[in-house]
Design a protein around this ligand. Structure first.
Ligand code: HEM
Length: 358
């Protein structure tokens, strides 16, 4: 026997989930056209994504171009069949009426980032050009970085994001789902804000809504920070440890049309912590103690996607169509963009051994 230690299993390279903050982003959500030729086109395209990012990015390396590509639960079943990522499911809705985290159609998500919008635009053009006959774009948002990384509501956004190894720990799937190690889950929501009502608040009142000071971006003291503040309700724990997600929200808007928005994007190694945050925000912790930011913000889209690791994305191009492979996946009886799961609760108790978030 050799004395050479057996190397630990190496996690496949993630897509560019955790990158330095960039100044521009394009978010595209598209539905799959429900026919075999479209499915073939999209599968083949999976093998081209990385090369297109390299080609466009090389033209201006200082721009730091990157792209993350994700698939909804129903798209995964239609395109790739089994095995499927353990926690991939349709977007779960939370709340109702005025405060409703709604699910909207979407099978493929592209999150393109760079310091220069021309790079994002060029890459989006090439990526979408290859699948234009196979998908229907249902939402496209061009986001910009606003002054010193402020959200459109004027507060610095992203301060408490995990960085470095911590970002990897919180976003990259490991041995809990070995076939999908190196992957992540990503949840997106497009929010529109009532800026007239928001701007009518005093700065002190806005600070209580967010839970941080506006100018200096310092967390409010526990003695004055309401338990309904955005930062309180999105701070969650499992087994006594804080669980973080990685966000890269972008402002967007059309001042001429009175549109002011935040494109929320959150990455994690399980959808559960992001869903817990949504429940806290929309339903409240405890119920009724909801996020007052939602009195001034309305979610108009919602989608959950799985982000395969870089090598898995490339190899998906060689997957046989699920039916050809003889896979039994009756869920493809529903078209790729199917109805949301709307139970308003996480059903966490039903997930055997799953952590309890609070
Ligand atoms: C209306 C859209 C939203 C806006 C404008 C917004 C803005 C902000 C701002 C200004 C902060 C404080 C600075 C920071 O740590 O980043 C923050 C924190 C945070 N937000 Fe949001 N956010 C939005 C939606 C969401 C959603 C939908 C989630 C999760 C589902 C979320 C999760 C978080 C988390 C985890 C923190 C850090 C909390 C902490 O550790 O203190 N946000 N957000």
């Amino acid at each position: 026997m050799s004395d050479t230690p057996i190397p630990a299993a190496v996690t496949p390279n993630p897509q560019a989930v955790s990158v330095q903050v960039k100044r521009s982003a394009i978010f595209i959500v598209a539905t799959l056209n429900p026919d075999a030729a479209s499915y073939d086109t999209v599968r083949a395209w999976c093998g081209d994504v990385a090369a297109l990012v390299r080609s466009v990015g090389k033209r201006q390396p200082a721009g730091g171009l990157s792209c993350v590509c994700g698939f909804s639960a129903n798209a995964w079943d239609a395109l790739f069949g089994t095995p499927r990522p353990a926690e991939l499911h349709p977007f779960r809705e939370f709340g109702a009426g005025e405060r409703h985290a709604i699910a909207t159609p979407g099978d493929i998500l592209l999150h393109i980032r760079a310091d220069f919008m021309d790079l994002c635009f060029e890459l989006a053009t090439h990526l979408m050009g290859r699948i234009s006959s196979a998908v229907t774009t249902v939402d496209e948002v061009h986001g910009f970085r606003y002054f010193d990384q402020r959200s459109i509501v004027g507060f610095v956004d992203g301060t408490e994001n995990p960085t470095g190894d911590e970002a990897v720990t919180f976003t990259v799937i490991g041995e809990e789902d070995p076939e999908f190690a190196g992957g992540s889950y990503v949840l997106v929501q497009k929010y529109l804000h009532n800026m007239n009502a928001w701007n009518a608040l005093t700065v002190e009142a806005q600070e209580k809504v967010i839970g941080r000071t506006k100018l200096a971006d310092i967390e409010l003291d526990d003695a004055v920070k309401p338990s309904s503040s955005h930062s309180s309700l999105t701070t969650i724990e499992a087994n006594g440890e804080e669980v973080k997600i990685l966000r890269d929200n972008m402002p967007f808007g059309r001042p001429g049309a009175g549109e002011f928005g935040t494109y929320f994007i959150g990455y994690a190694r399980s959808p559960a912590p992001i869903e817990q945050m949504l429940e806290n925000m929309f339903v409240g912790r405890p119920p009724g103690n909801y996020d007052r930011l939602l009195d001034y913000s309305r979610a108009v889209t919602g989608g959950l996607f799985f982000v395969p690791s870089e090598p898995l994305l490339e190899s998906l191009a060689d997957r046989a169509a699920p039916d050809e492979a003889g896979t039994d996946h009756s869920s493809t009886d529903t078209p790729p963009s199917a109805a949301p799961v709307s139970d308003g609760s996480l059903n966490i108790g039903s997930l055997k051994g799953a952590p309890q978030y609070e």
